[in-house]
Design a protein around this ligand. Structure first.
Ligand code: FES
Length: 110
């Protein structure tokens, strides 16, 4: 188990233990963390697992794949720190990771 802190846009924190080899989206949805939907079940086709991860963790994360980049382009409130939670597998190296959540999930219609 790896302890992950999910932080809602209003600052509410949810500290949960996530089974290793699950992804960040599964860790949030299985622990009923508000603000993460995971509508596509983790196949990188909805962007409702959008989250922000600070630069200090970047070296411990897998690089953004072409598919993830493509979906992130559709996400509302995208920032340089944006990632899709379903594309990040939880490992012991992520112990203590803090995951910020956007104000809302979904595609940018504009
Ligand atoms: S759960 Fe759909 S893109 Fe991550």
């Amino acid at each position: 188990m790896t302890t992950i802190t999910y932080i809602e846009h209003d600052g509410a924190e949810h500290v949960v233990d996530v089974e290793d080899d699950m992804n960040l989206m599964e860790g949030a949805t299985l622990n009923l963390v508000p603000g993460v939907e995971g509508m596509c079940g983790g196949i990188c086709s909805c962007a409702t697992c959008h989250c922000y991860i600070s630069e200090e963790w970047e070296s411990r994360l897998p690089p953004i794949s072409v598919g993830e980049e493509s979906m992130l382009r559709t996400a509302r409130h995208r920032r340089t720190a944006s990632r899709l939670g379903c594309q990040i597998t939880v490992t012991p190296e992520l112990e203590g990771l803090r995951v910020d959540l956007p104000p809302e999930q979904g595609a940018d219609d504009a």
